[in-house]
Design a binder for this molecule. Sequence first.
Ligand code: NAD
Ligand code: WQD
Length: 340
Amino acid sequence: MKILVTGGAGYIGSHTTLELLRAGHDVVVVDNLINSHEEALRRVERLAGRPLAFQKVDLLNKEALAEVFAAAPIEAVIHFAALKSVGESVVQPLRYYQNNVTGTLNLLEIMERHNVRRFVFSSSATVYGDPKTMPITEDIPLSPVNPYGQTKVAVENILGDLYRSDDRWGIAILRYFNPIGADPSGQIGEDPNGIPNNLVPYIAQVAVGRLPHLPVYGHDYPTPDGTGVRDYIHVVDLALGHIRALDKLRGETGLFVYNLGTGRGYSVLEVAAAFERACGRPIPLRVLPPRPGDAAVSYADPTRAERELGWRAERALDDMVNDSWRWQSRNPDGYAAGGG
Ligand code: NAD
Ligand code: WQD
């Protein structure tokens, strides 16, 4: 199929684009490069041994986006493009709603105009907020606790209304848990701007000496070692989940919602210890108060995706941190330095 991947130069988008090319699909990437580098796409082409088409387009520029659909017979869209920093969304809510919600509305309107009705959406476990019972199933009520999460729920609601208005749509809403890791080649990976917000990119920068120590946010959560527990999932497993979702939408219409996680949680200290094993260096820790808004524990019930998509995360925590470390150690300054 010819697939349009929005946000395809980003962390999850670049890994998914690689797996799409490996699976024989043709890919058109649109990205405004606000949080990514075109270099990622060049490396994806090298790894896949096949070219892709790239258009530097902002989803807020509806005319430019319409031209992409006019120029190529797109059959399905995987929509990653979004702003994703929780803290930034609290400070700049209008920018987040504008980019994430209006950008998606533009895309859906143009798809409708061109009779393209297969859509895979990057949602997030953040839509669940801080649920009281684990594991998290897809059916619990949504209660996001920040504007970023609200933008994901807003788009999920729009997609529900859209499907109810026209059942020719095939829509898969994928709620990711905590993606980490990198392609085992070490050529592509996560390259955050500035100081990382997320745990594994932070640890990786401590390991290469860019940051002095890991802040551990909270040590007396009701968890076995007192630190926060999350469901980390290898980004390659996540990418493969998108291919399975696409396969499903090839054969049927409908509105489908899936958790993509492993179903198992690890604490901050367990992840730090695994990373120490991977890199062979100590990760100095500094215990700080909990980060506002953080849940103690979050892990998925991924059984619906296994039952309906035949997809299951296969890669273990050690694979995830080994691959994160390979990427970080070969590209200590990310894509900007042009190494790899
Ligand atoms: P990322 O920032 O690496 O990728 C997003 C890409 O979208 C970037 O390349 C960025 O330049 C592009 N983009 C943003 N706004 C755009 C616009 N208006 N027009 C065109 N391109 C635009 O983020 P990621 O980690 O790869 O996340 C991909 C998707 O998955 C996002 O929707 C994110 O909200 C969601 N998600 C991410 C995580 C995570 O922890 N990484 C977890 C759950 C959900
Ligand atoms: C994981 C654990 C922290 C950093 C966020 C977003 C969520 C989703 C994924 C997009 C927690 C602890 C972290 C650090 C630490 N993104 N931690 N020191 O908070 O589960 O989810 O990213 O949709 O929306 O909220 O992930 O990696 O930030 O934190 O101790 O320097 O690591 O407290 O327990 P989180 P994370």
